[in-house]
Ligand binder design. Structure first.
Ligand SMILES: [Zn+2]
Length: 249
């Protein structure tokens, strides 16, 4: 299957590139603004990251392509070739990508409008704001001057290419799993799934509980509260489908 994983690999690369570029620009903008704050405490509400909202339009098609590809592959793996089902998963992948792209920057869609999301999951705006606040309070404690704090912000992991890559990898892993689940749902052949622990799990975490759990019904949560992997950044766990025919459903 030549299409397999192609969109996913492209989306990963593009997303890393955009996030890294955006991070570098933002770091240069924020450094002088918060460098001035050296020697004073900064409230999280003072940290304005509205610039990240521009990312929604860039991320949406990338997440959509990755999720759609995974959904299409899930159907193909189940030997489904009904065109109508592929249209259905494409629509579901688009809807998911739209919401996730907004959530990533602390927003949500309400009646076609992007509005603040008071409780986003894994929003890069939240983690950046928290990280920046920690950096500034540490500088305050250390009695750091303006120039050093500016340097600290520009060189921070928060705006690094490594972080951009980690976010891209985790987001695309999520698009892959969510797309796959959409494919299984539309197929109507899958009853549920079990959590397959990724190979890079040296330290026990919530993924172990999920892997120990019996089959979870399609669309239901695992013990960690997740609908599927990733349960944490860099999680490389997977799902294994349980067919209705296997359990006599
Ligand atoms: Zn995991």
């Amino acid at each position: 299957m030549p299409r397999q994983k192609k969109a996913e690999a492209t989306a990963h690369k593009e997303l890393t590139k955009f996030l890294a570029k955006h991070g570098a620009i933002l770091a240069r903008e924020l450094a002088p603004r918060f460098g001035k704050a050296a020697g004073s405490q900064v409230k999280p509400s003072d940290i304005d990251l509205t610039e990240w909202k521009e990312l929604v339009e860039i991320m949406l098609p990338l997440l959509k392509e990755a999720a759609d590809e995974a959904a299409t592959n899930a159907l193909a793996t189940l030997s489904i070739d009904e065109a109508g089902m592929f249209d259905q998963v494409a629509a579901l992948a688009l809807e998911w990508a739209k919401q996730r792209a907004a959530e990533m920057v602390g927003m949500k869609w309400v009646d076609g409008e992007l509005v603040d999301n008071p409780d986003p999951r894994w929003a890069i705006t939240d983690s950046t704001r928290d990280g920046l606040r920690d950096l500034i309070s540490q500088a305050f404690e250390d009695g750091m001057g303006q120039a050093d704090l500016e340097k600290e912000i520009v060189n921070s992991y928060l705006f690094s290419e490594q972080r951009a890559e980690m976010i891209a990898r985790t987001e695309i892993a999520q698009a892959h799993i969510q797309g796959t689940i959409k494919g299984w749902k539309v197929s109507d052949l899958v009853a549920g799934y079990s959590w397959i622990l990724g190979s890079e799990h040296d330290v026990p975490d919530e993924c172990d509980d999920n892997a120990d759990s019996p089959m979870v019904e399609l669309g239901k949560e695992f013990p960690s509260g997740d609908l599927g992997p990733p349960a944490h950044p860099n999680c490389i766990c997977a799902l294994s489908p349980v067919l209705k025919s296997e359990i006599g459903g």
